[in-house]
Design a binder for this molecule. Structure first.
Ligand SMILES: [Zn+2]
Length: 134
């Protein structure tokens, strides 16, 4: 990516981050309002499941916010667009689609293959184990 593209991307990320922060603030306000409005008559089960749902949503967006922040750090450190594993530049297309990517497509595929292998390895082991049981 050119320096100009990276600057543009940084602006986009900052804007996104600001929006998410605002949403989080709204979320906190909503939660407060729910508690205040219902007060003593609050239906405990209902309010509990509601805050659980809100918390789950919040947890997910917090994770994303962390990812965005670390991406911005990488931009500032001049490490943006470099694969954290092999050090090769990450493909432009990939960065545009997923600016928070830290691995190039090859390393990502390798990582996914390893995960798949571990999974099928586990399956094999359990199959043998099943046979021994018989
Ligand atoms: Zn790589």
């Amino acid at each position: 990516m050119t320096a100009m593209e990276i600057t543009q991307l940084k602006e986009n990320l900052l804007e996104l981050l600001e929006n998410l922060d605002r949403k989080n603030l709204d979320f906190l306000k909503t939660q407060e309002e729910v508690t205040q409005q219902k007060g003593d008559e609050i239906d405990l089960v209902e309010s509990e499941s509601q805050s659980k749902l809100l918390l789950r949503f919040n947890g997910r967006s917090n994770k994303y916010i962390k990812k965005l922040r670390s991406t911005l750090d990488r931009i500032d450190a001049g490490e943006f667009g470099i694969c954290a594993d092999c050090g090769a530049p990450i493909e432009n297309k990939r960065l545009q689609a997923r600016p928070t990517a830290t691995l190039c497509i090859h390393c990502k595929e390798e990582q996914e293959n390893v995960e798949r292998n571990i999974f099928s390895e586990k399956k094999k082991t359990s199959a043998i184990w099943d046979c021994n049981q018989l």
